[in-house]
Design a protein around this ligand. Sequence first.
Ligand SMILES: Cc1cc2nc3c(=O)[nH]c(=O)nc-3n(C[C@H](O)[C@H](O)[C@H](O)COP(=O)(O)OP(=O)(O)OC[C@H]3O[C@@H](n4cnc5c(N)ncnc54)[C@H](O)[C@@H]3O)c2cc1C
Length: 187
Amino acid sequence: MGLKRNIVIDSHKFDVVIIGAGLAGILMTIACGQNELETGLFEKDTPGGSLLKLGEIKNIFGYQKITGKDLSYSLFTQAKNNQHVKCFYGCVCFFQRLENGRYLLATTNNSFWEAKAIIIATGSENSYLPKELITNDKKLIVNENYETIWKNIYGLGQIVDNKKSVDILQAITIILKNLQKDNIFHK
Ligand SMILES: Cc1cc2nc3c(=O)[nH]c(=O)nc-3n(C[C@H](O)[C@H](O)[C@H](O)COP(=O)(O)OP(=O)(O)OC[C@H]3O[C@@H](n4cnc5c(N)ncnc54)[C@H](O)[C@@H]3O)c2cc1C
């Protein structure tokens, strides 16, 4: 059993794993892919998250008019077409820091993965987050760099406990700078 688990982990190593393919997770995935980070994006349902419920949106990312559903499809396609990105259907239910400083992640269907950094972009659904990382109202606690108290684990989008409105694109820029500073870019 232990041997089998090691073999699985060895074959799935990422620089960054992103949990949740809502707007926040998909945009973060595109940015990581463009920066040549080996990136895994996990979504437990349909990519797009709460964006799927939006009707027509005007003047966004070069579109004069687009529905939330079409925007999700377009952005998700852009993300998964990057050679550095792999997208998975799966619910991440567990992660733990390893002795080598990386993180081990597991999904509810028992697949195991390893990552140097994790971006939590699970929106309002956060049932599997470690209790040390969340507030009483189940929001993720982050500092000004969007980093949690666990090194190289970041929060992005609606899950973040931030009294100010969170600009996703600004947050992505800050997180990328920190990944660079922490040598996530170097193998
Ligand atoms: C033009 C535009 C700009 C916007 N700008 C912003 C902005 O700057 N800031 C902002 O906050 N909102 C913004 N929004 C709102 C945005 O659409 C979302 O409503 C909001 O940001 C939530 O997105 P999210 O990605 O955080 O969460 P969600 O849309 O809720 O996505 C979370 C995803 O994570 C998945 N998930 C949850 N748990 C797990 C798990 N354990 N494993 C795997 N998958 C999981 C869910 O199934 C879901 O698909 C903007 C909307 C538009 C149209």
